[in-house]
Design a protein around this ligand. Structure first.
Ligand SMILES: Nc1ncnc2c1ncn2[C@@H]1O[C@H](COP(=O)(O)OP(=O)(O)OP(=O)(O)O)[C@@H](O)[C@H]1O
Ligand SMILES: [Mg+2]
Length: 254
């Protein structure tokens, strides 16, 4: 289980996270919503090891992830996507997936050299895995196209595919529907559901309320770098503090 304990993150004078505690479930889809600047992306950056917190800790099954480099956090099973594509535009879609797969023979180049048959078997297995991921995302026909030539929506799918190649236990998606065509939003919801149904946890930051409310078993609301509340979509929708947070100001006085 993924636990966030007392996480504080400051940027100069800005306190982006002011002591966040969060227990995320073992599996399923969990939403994180909140107004602009409420600390959602910063929380993902801390969980995934991109930013060290100023205080607090992130644990997976009781083991601390805090202080690990992002690729170590990914090896532990927690993988994030980025809002801007991090794909190599000159490599093909398939090559991008292969580049995103961690080396499953370990990080010992010499050992890999002396174990060439094993290495070739791994290459083949990875290529099959990449093709299965492309099939699943519906972009198999683009496998040999340079990533730079994908449409915006397809490049979002490639981002998701790159994350899946790491075989995550916990997948962190930061605004997956942003700027995406409504048809693709529907498909993204199906994909996220299917990915979670394999026994993983998917955590989704979103501003698209119908998407998040339709998809998530529980939703956490952030405001001003803190957790305002967590609950089912129905509970969160009925909570007046949530609306107040989005309006961003004290209720006007008559
Ligand atoms: N790298 C950074 N350097 C300086 N300030 C930052 C940095 N990243 C985030 N912040 C600040 O921290 C606060 C929280 O930002 P964050 O990006 O986490 O919000 P968010 O909830 O993801 O917002 P949005 O919904 O707009 O994406 C903001 O005030 C932001 O300006
Ligand atoms: Mg953000």
């Amino acid at each position: 289980m993924l636990e966030v304990r007392g996480v504080v993150k400051r940027f100069g004078g800005v306190e982006a996270l002011g002591g966040v505690d969060l227990d995320l479930p073992e599996r399923g889809v969990h939403g994180i919503i909140g107004p602009n600047g409420s600390g959602k992306s910063t929380l993902f950056n801390v969980i995934s090891g991109f930013y060290p917190p100023d205080a607090g800790e992130v644990r997976l099954d009781g083991r601390t992830l805090t202080g690990l480099a992002p690729h170590r956090v990914a090896q532990a099973g927690v993988v994030r996507t980025f809002q801007l594509s991090r794909a190599f535009s000159g490599l093909t879609v398939r090559e991008n997936l292969l580049a995103a797969a961690p080396d499953r023979l370990g990080e010992r180049p010499l050992a890999a050299l002396f174990a060439r048959p094993a290495w070739r078997r791994q290459e083949r297995a990875l290529a099959e895995e990449a093709d299965a991921v492309l099939e699943r995302l519906g972009i198999a026909h683009q496998a040999d196209v340079p990533a730079g030539r994908l449409s915006y929506g397809q490049s979002r799918l490639l981002e998701l595919g790159r994350a899946l190649m790491a075989r995550p236990r916990v997948l962190l998606l930061d605004e997956p529907t942003a700027g995406v065509h409504p048809n693709l939003v529907v498909r993204l919801a199906e994909l996220v559901r299917a990915i979670a149904a394999e026994g993983r946890l998917v955590v989704v930051i979103e501003h698209n309320m119908p998407f998040v409310m339709g998809l998530c078993e529980r939703v956490t609301v952030m405001d001003g770098g803190r957790v305002l509340t967590s609950g089912t979509p129905a509970q969160v929708r009925a909570d007046e503090r949530v609306l107040d947070a989005y309006l961003g100001e004290e209720p006007a006085h008559a």
